[in-house]
Ligand binder design. Sequence first.
Ligand SMILES: [Zn+2]
Ligand SMILES: [Zn+2]
Length: 253
Amino acid sequence: MTWQPTDCHAHSTHSDGTMSVADVAARGKALGVRVTVSDHISRDAPTSVDSVAAIERYLDDLEQYDVLRGGEFCWHDALWREVPPSVVRRFTHRVGSLHSIRLSDGKFFRAFSSALPDGLTTSQYMEAHVTSLEELAGEMPVDVLAHPTLVPPPMRTLDPHELWSEALETRAVNALLDAGIAFEVSARYQPHERLVRRAVDAGVRISLGSDGHRSDQVGNIVMPLALTRALGVADDALYDPERHGSRTGAYEA
Ligand SMILES: [Zn+2]
Ligand SMILES: [Zn+2]
């Protein structure tokens, strides 16, 4: 089959996107990109997909369209633990996210918070981020880790090479490799090249994600694709659940 880029992560009006599923499908077609609807599935995210019954209705709707059927699950919320296998298999692939990380005191902290907790240094935050990433990889049945470098807004202006030591990068990459979870190169929260290169060199599967919420974003994976090509990743090695299987979804791995 002719290769087409696959956007493994985008949103519709089932959660906080502005486009209907039909519009997402049409947008992908216009761009020549295979698109995924991967709305938030969580009791702690802006979404209507917040129960097992709602997940079934969501999948009923997605099955009407030419889209890959994904879902973006919050690691810190328990809903992903409650989805029965018969429902899990209806997803083409699933995405896991660290929308909150667990700090060393055991409390969860939202990655969208406008300020860090008092007394927490950025290096302590990053240690907790990577420890949470390792926990996610060890227990969460997902195919892709969304936006692995998502950090709170006050940290986004800092040089990622200062946030990420090489030791932290190696831990994150090894956790994904051991679990068989793909590293998402996100158009929305762009990872620094050194980390993506480390993942590629280690043999971690790479996934492209627009994390699009609007029509100018959905299916727009130009930047992630340019980066993976610059790093020498073959187009057909980029994660595609139909080609590479899914750990728990509709395609046998
Ligand atoms: Zn997310
Ligand atoms: Zn998302």
